[in-house]
Design a protein around this ligand. Sequence first.
Ligand code: NDP
Length: 615
Amino acid sequence: MTDSQVTADALEVAREAYRREREKRVRDEGNEQFIGTDGVYSDFQRDHYADPGFTRDPITETVEVVIVGGGIGGLLAGARLREAGYNAIRVIEKGADFGGTWYWNRYPGAQCDTESYIYLPLLEELGFVPSEKYAHQPEIFDHLRSVGRHYGLYDGALFQTTATEMAWDEDEAEWVLSTDRGDQVRAQYLVLSTGDQHKPRLPAVPGILSFAGKMFHTSRWDREYAGDDLSGLAGKRVGVIGTGATGVQVIPNIAAHVGELLVFQRTPATISVRDNKPTGPDWASALEPGWQHRRSANFTACVTGVAVENDLVGDAWTRTMMELNAAAAGKTDPFSANELVDFAIMERIRSRVDESVRDPDAAAALKPFYRFNCKRPTFNDDYLPAFNLPNVRLIDTGGRGVERITPDGIIVDGELHELDVLIFATGFDVGTAYTHSRSFDLVGRGGVRLSERWANGMRTFHGLHGRGFPNCFFLGFTQTGFSPNFTHTLNEQASHLGYLLGALRERGVGVVEASQKAEDEWVRTIREGRSPSQLKFLRECTPSYTNGEGKPDDENRFVAGRYPGGPIEFFAVLARWREADSLEGLELTPAGTQRGEQDQQTREPAMARYTGAPQ
Ligand code: NDP
């Protein structure tokens, strides 16, 4: 069907189908349908890439800045703070290296879905050109390690270390950070870049621990078992639960290596064209300085409805979003205005399933019936054809999900599917309260905890500062502008932080905190600016983490904390604020006025001082 043939009747039929499919999936439990991977499930969090025997002596010291999280956000913060002249930086990271997502997710086929020329950070600074349009995990991970080396961040990194508590010491005007290795690090500034999707989750179905075969989560790929060449999976009956962005990548990449592959599906993903290509030999030669920033801004503009002259990235993601945004532009109810276009896009996605999958029953089950963007879209050219392989079978659960796990396998619809290996591609704890998925709860001024202060949703100024938590800065999606290119948002935040800490030093500021008024206004901007049209759209969507698993009114859902004007406007707000150079909205206390600092001479010299200078 071409776009022009889409009729009001067809749309009505689609609406009804979408509603029916949604009904099958909505559950009262929302996020509670998942269990974390703590306690008896902690083996699902085991790091297969770290030295299990690693030990070191605890550290007790004082630094200028402590960054929690060594993923892309933490690295960018470290880089920008180095540029701003800060050297005594400690990075606390639970993995055994930098990389964050790209340290943990090493399943076969792991690859960035955002073009690598804008997704990999600091390409110009490091003079690196990715080898393909959508780089694979080993290359991304290597690049992130190069960033750590380039900015000298390895020296101050504490790997295989989890922050357990961070408390503001009012007298000393310092954060005191404790870790699971007995460290006590005092820092003037605390930067939290702890990621949104790092804690693996499992479906709360009975019997998981009774399974007698091998099982693991995709973000903790068991390479000892599977083998680097996947020979450990040869001849095995392997089950994968989950067909989101991860499942879609891992399934075609293990299919040819296993005896039998059973794919347990609850909701089919949208599978758009990938069209990956190696980087041409001349690609980089035409680039002008500043190209990465311009290209990132262009992508973010394309996908969020900001006018551009050219779509520089030109992939399925930008093209689809530009179609949707064009139909919505200037409309008071944009999500209704682009419904027809959305339907046509989804029809194309459904047709692609028919063109790619030979078995008509499998093809029917693999067609997504919901609006584009109800779930995180995926892009892949190998996933759908994998269902034509003789050893791959789709077990569609009709929207209900797997029922039970037994020692022998998985039960769906009362039928046992016997398995030797069970792989959970069931995602991460996301769209829950900030402190829910993290190993710590901040203790701010007056002993007030972040979980208390944010009990009814996040409260920030610029997404960076939270009142009651002076000298602490949040990076990530904490009431900030959301670009699907996470790197873009993190880079803008890190650059802003670099400016801010530079300005504080120049002005001799010791303590910085958002004023009550500035925070209230920012929170009001976020909450009152929410689009009723988008909320209606999310309410009608099939459940996923983007709508709080079917509960879009929940303050903690993934998108609840987005700046309503979109990321490009958000970055402009920050840029104008920097240009004004007045630090408006912040309460500043000059350095040296805290009791502890005055008493510095008489204090016990118990703390070593880490300077970041080469040793
Ligand atoms: P998701 O949360 O997106 O997907 C989880 C999958 O598990 C879904 O298919 C879900 O089904 C399924 N599931 C959950 N419970 C059950 C159950 N009881 N029975 C059967 N199936 C179940 O996790 P992912 O790891 O796939 O992706 C998380 C995010 O990570 C992505 O959205 C993306 O942001 C990021 N990512 C990015 C990549 C990239 O850029 N290259 C690659 C991979 C991930 P249902 O849909 O019905 O809920």
